[in-house]
Structures are given as C-alpha cells and as structure tokens.
Design a protein around this ligand. Structure first.
Ligand code: PRP
Length: 216
C-alpha cells in the first residue's frame, strides 16, 4: 500500500456537533494541532500524521464524502436524511447532538383538513414523510427562523429540529409528531472504505470504543 492510501480526510460539522465530536476524536487518538473552534482555517493537521480534518456546514459533509473529496465525515442524521445519498456508508452512531426532527404548529391550532402550508429547511424529508402519510401539503423552503413563520402567516406548521423545545415555546408553537430521532453519525465514502480499509476500520473501532465508554 502506498502512503496516499494510508491517509484519510475527515469532514466535520462545525458548531455544537464539532464541540461534541472533538473529545471523541481525541479519545480515538486524533487531536487537531490547533484550536479548530478559533481558527479561520478549514483544513487541520492532527496528532496522527495520516489523518487530516476539514470543518464545514453539516449539509456539505455528505457532499464531500459521497464525492470522495473527504474519506469520512461526521454529520447529523437530519442532514443525512435530507441529502439521501446512496453512495455512503453510515457505520457508526456517535450518540452525540441528540435531538428530534418534528412537526410543530401553533398551540391549540385545530386540524382544519385544508391543505397545510409547511415551512422547513428539510424539504426532502418533509416531502417523503407527508407523502407516506397520504397528506397533501405545500412546502415552503426556508433557511432559518422557521419558528416565526406561522405567527407571520407564512405557514400553518413547521418541520424542524427540536432539542429542549424552548424555541418552539418562545414562539407560541407546540411539538406535534416526531419524524426522526437525530444524532450525529460517522459516514464513509464507499471507495475509500475499500482502498483505505485498514486505516478507516481502525479509526472506526477506536471511535466506537470511545462511544461505548460513554454509555458504560
Ligand atoms: C436549532 C433548530 C431550532 C433550535 C431548537 O437551531 O433549528 O431553532 O435549534 O432547539 P431548542 O428546542 O433547544 O430550542 P440551531 O440553533 O441549531 O441553529 P440553526 O437555525 O442554524 O439550525
């Protein structure tokens, strides 16, 4: 095996997921050589010469990994469900950044039977979910501040991530149905898994051990 096949690039999701991923990576013997949360850099060398880290938005992680621009990645299940890539392995649930993807609507809003207008950034997930339920909805794609859409008359309901529920409550909304339980997952490019099998499997085993120690 040549040296190129012995190195991997791991794409990480910035923000809360990054904060919760770094301790697990550290336990797996992978420590960035500089502070990823402070630096403006996007590529980081690590304590393990064969491993480099990238940091980006969660929605971009599966794009990098499916196309082989990164060998591995860490992204929320919400991003993976929305992306829907078939070209990815998802071998490990890190059990971090847990939350739920839910529908929510104004408190006590009655079900009218009229066609619902649903605001979300997760249009693919919402489209599949409402179609499976046989419910016809009009999806309105937003990129943030979803929770204010019903009060402003833009939508009747939303599909969004719910953690503590504080954001819903603060905007007069209540959770309705759970679409998916979310946590962060490790994904692997299919070709990389074959070509760099030894290194990737070793990293996966070390990460799995770190995750198991958490749940002991
Ligand atoms: C997420 C989500 C909600 C909020 C829910 O946003 O979109 O707005 O967290 O959390 P809560 O139930 O604890 O109030 P986030 O802050 O991750 O930013 P985003 O809008 O960029 O997704």
């Amino acid at each position: 095996m040549n040296s190129a096949s012995e190195s991997v690039i791991i794409a990480l999701t910035r923000g809360r997921i990054l904060e919760e991923t770094l301790p697990l990576l550290r336990e797996a013997g992978i420590e960035p050589l500089e502070d990823m949360k402070r630096s403006r850099k996007l590529v980081f060398a690590t304590s393990r010469e064969q491993v480099n880290l990238l940091v980006m938005r969660g929605s971009d992680v599966p794009v990098y990994v499916e196309n082989g621009a990164a060998d591995m990645g860490v992204a929320g299940k919400d991003m993976l469900l929305e992306y829907g890539g078939e070209g990815l392995y998802e071998p490990l649930d890190l059990g971090i950044a847990r939350c739920r993807l839910m529908t929510a609507a104004p408190r006590q809003a009655p079900e009218t039977g009229a066609r619902l207008r649903v605001a979300t950034k997760f249009t693919n997930i919402a489209k599949r979910w409402f179609a499976e339920k046989g419910r016809q909805v009009e999806l309105i794609k937003l990129n943030g501040a979803l929770e204010v859409a019903p009060a402003m008359g833009l939508a009747d309901a939303i599909v969004d991530i719910v953690d503590t529920g504080n954001t819903l409550r603060a905007n007069g909304l209540e959770p309705r149905e759970t679409i998916a339980e979310i946590s962060s997952r490790v994904i692997v490019n299919k070709a990389s898994m074959k070509i760099k099998s030894r290194l990737i499997r070793a990293i996966l085993e070390q990460l799995a051990a770190a995750v198991n120690r958490r749940s002991d």
